[in-house]
Design a protein around this ligand. Structure first.
Ligand code: ZN
Length: 220
């Protein structure tokens, strides 16, 4: 694959130095940095770091193996990110599927969109209009977290508050508690110990148009 062939020789030449985070001129894509590790015997890992793509490989790999694995891992990473960053249309389709699977298809939003102005909230729902907005910050989070935020907002089309009936609707989804913990951890990392908590007893918003917020708190 072109990305790895272009990037590999240069990455090798300076693998012990701190490489500059410049874009890869040959591909226009992010620069690929290869890190050889003696501690690795069989595992290959790839991740994004400061605008670069880092691929960690065992020190014993040949140049051919390096080329093969860098190409494979760059493509795998890109595929993973495509899965984790669905479009508005994919978001709406996912909401429909989740409503069907966990809410008997009873929650039918008029629109489901990504939003960049959700403030500290992870999502919001306006039941009177049937609209759901999901914070752009949820994009890139694991699928089961996004699914929880979608289901939370879908459930508000059926239950406006956060009473027992609300949480009973979410019991069918197996990752509810885990996802709430994940989001609480994200809020903690952002706001620190003094930040809002997820204690699940938030009041509806004063703004009559917005009855819910899956936010940094009190309801995350
Ligand atoms: Zn809510």
């Amino acid at each position: 694959m072109p990305t790895s062939r272009e990037a590999t020789p240069r990455a090798r030449a300076r693998r012990d130095a701190a490489p500059p985070a410049a874009p890869d001129a040959a591909t226009g894509g992010p620069l690929v940095e290869v890190r050889r590790s003696r501690r690795r015997s069989r595992t290959v890992s790839a991740w994004r770091e400061d605008g670069r793509t880092v691929v960690a490989i065992p020190a014993r790999f040949t140049r051919a193996q390096e080329r093969e694995w860098v190409g494979r891992m760059v493509e795998r990473l890109a595929a993973q990110e495509r899965r984790r960053r669905p479009s508005d249309a994919q978001l709406a389709a996912r909401a429909t599927e989740l409503s069907r699977r966990y809410l008997g298809g009873r929650a039918v939003p008029t629109s489901v969109r990504w939003s960049t102005n959700q403030g500290r909230r992870w999502g919001s729902c306006t039941p009177s209009e049937g609209t759901i907005r999901i914070s752009d910050r949820v994009r890139g989070m694991p699928r089961w977290v996004l699914d929880y935020v979608l289901l939370h907002e879908l459930t508000h089309l059926l239950q406006p508050g956060h009473g027992e009936a609300f949480w009973a609707e979410l019991e069918a989804y197996p990752h509810t508690q885990r996802a709430r913990g994940f989001l609480e951890g994200c809020a903690f990392a952002r706001d620190g110990a003094d930040g809002p908590r997820d204690d699940g007893d938030d009041e509806p918003s004063d703004d009559p148009a917005v009855t819910d917020e899956v936010g940094a708190g009190p309801d995350a």
